[in-house]
Design a protein around this ligand. Structure first.
Ligand code: AMP
Length: 212
């Protein structure tokens, strides 16, 4: 099954994709994580995109499409988290899959108010060592700013400061939101209420997958 998670930054796509991919044997492809890895490793691509990512803008469509072409294993099921993010990327993905007699089976839209998105993004923290995610408002670590599992000091993403968050939300509105119409027209879009608890959202997701 090929599933796309769609929604604004901070809507909880990543958290759910990690669990759903493990429990349903799907590959989790997070473009944000892949690109941050490129930046951290100092590759040529990483050096090129660092500034763009930190400013909250999207990296160019042809760059991300080329990266994805090498990562989309056609015979496996996966969850795409953070891709596509523009209509041009969605068209590229459709053409790539069609060419290989495959298709997107389900697009799940995580619906969340902008106020809640800002609250979640400013409270988001990550363990730089083991990658575990936290949120100071609804999923805090037991000890202040320390990872429950590996005890490393938690950090905040460079693009999770308020100024860049506002820029990312603007980019989401203009570049990514049109994908809702794109996928409604293709009859594959389903919506979930992302204001709910992590556990309840997970149940809703499993329901959608079983009924698809
Ligand atoms: P995320 O972790 O999904 O919020 O992504 C972090 C940043 O990575 C974004 O603000 C963009 O700069 C870049 N990025 C991630 N996915 C894409 C994509 N599909 N197209 C363009 N840029 C992307």
């Amino acid at each position: 099954m090929k599933i796309i998670f769609l929604g604004s930054p901070g809507c909880g796509k990543g958290t759910q994709a990690v669990r759903l991919s493990k429990e349903h044997e799907l590959i989790h492809l997070s473009t944000g994580d892949m690109l941050r890895q490129e930046v951290a490793s100092g590759t040529e691509l990483g050096t090129e995109i660092k500034e763009i990512m930190e400013s909250g803008k999207l990296i160019p469509d042809d760059v991300i499409n080329k990266v994805m072409e090498t990562r989309l294993e056609l015979d496996k099921g996966y969850i795409l988290d953070g891709y596509p993010r523009t209509v041009e990327q969605a068209e590229f993905l459709d053409a790539f899959l069609n060419k290989n007699n495959k298709k997107v089976d389900l697009v799940i839209y995580f619906k969340l108010s902008e106020q809640e998105v800002i609250k979640r993004l400013t409270g988001r923290r990550k363990c730089p060592q083991c990658g575990k995610d936290y949120n100071l408002s609804f999923n805090p670590p037991a000890e202040d700013m320390v990872c429950d599992d590996c005890k490393s000091v938690l950090c905040q993403r460079a693009d999770d400061c308020e100024e860049v968050i506002r820029k990312r939300l603007k980019v989401y509105d203009t570049e990514t939101k049109p994908l809702l119409t794109y996928y409604v027209e293709k009859n594959v879009l389903k919506e979930i209420e992302a204001e709910k608890t992590i556990e309840d959202i997970y149940k809703d997701l499993e329901g959608l997958i079983k009924n698809n």
